[in-house]
Design a protein around this ligand. Structure first.
Ligand code: ZN
Length: 198
């Protein structure tokens, strides 16, 4: 059994965007935390295995016993709009902005520019789901304002207009500064990006 500090550091290093120094800081934080904070952390990680699963409509992860999440199951949401986002975090960013009341679809990432690969993206599933969305009038592409996000928007727009030429497809206006991730944008910026979509 390796040293618990080294073991936990190695685990944190597997997180996206986390290097060895940040991983060590997380471990130091937990070492200084009270036992109740550590217990809360352990319990939350353990609970991910049980109650959390993927929504069969928007594909985000949520905790609950129903097959679809609270957003997809909410009868007051507007089914005419479908925002296609890269990640669960981007979905929550739009949700926090408080102006969007349509539906969502989590694509599962963006196209990697090395080879324009769409591997692992749920593009085909998205396209196949369009006929089931009888009230759908507009697909809003809400990808990060970076080259990968732009490439993904181009590709999704192409595929939708190929399969469903009458469906309106818009993209978030670029009030978002270039390179900014949706999940870090403030609600006001997201609101204007939504208003200025084209
Ligand atoms: Zn859902």
């Amino acid at each position: 059994m390796p040293d618990p500090i080294e073991r936990l550091t190695a685990l944190f290093e597997k997180f996206p965007g986390i290097g060895p120094r940040q991983a060590q800081r997380f471990v130091q934080f937990l070492l200084r935390s009270s036992p109740s904070v550590r217990r809360d952390f352990i319990d939350s990680v353990r609970a991910l295995g049980g109650a959390v699963h993927q929504c069969s409509e928007c594909m985000r992860f949520f905790s609950g016993d129903t097959p679809i999440c609270g957003i997809c199951g909410n009868p007051s949401r507007n089914h005419a709009y479908l925002a296609v986002v890269a990640s669960d975090a981007d979905l929550f960013a739009l949700e926090r902005s408080g102006t969007y009341s349509g539906m969502y679809y989590v694509l599962g990432g963006t196209i990697s520019l090395a080879g324009e690969k769409t591997n692992g993206l749920r593009l085909k599933q998205l396209l196949d789901s369009v006929p089931e969305r009888s009230e759908l009038r507009e697909v809003i592409l809400a990808f990060p304002a970076n080259p990968e996000g732009d490439a993904t928007a181009v590709r999704v727009r192409e595929e939708i207009s190929k399969g469903y030429p009458d469906l309106r497809v818009t993209a978030l206006g670029r009030g978002l500064s270039t390179g900014s991730e949706l999940e870090y944008a403030d609600p006001e910026t997201l609101r204007s990006a939504l208003d200025n979509r084209k």
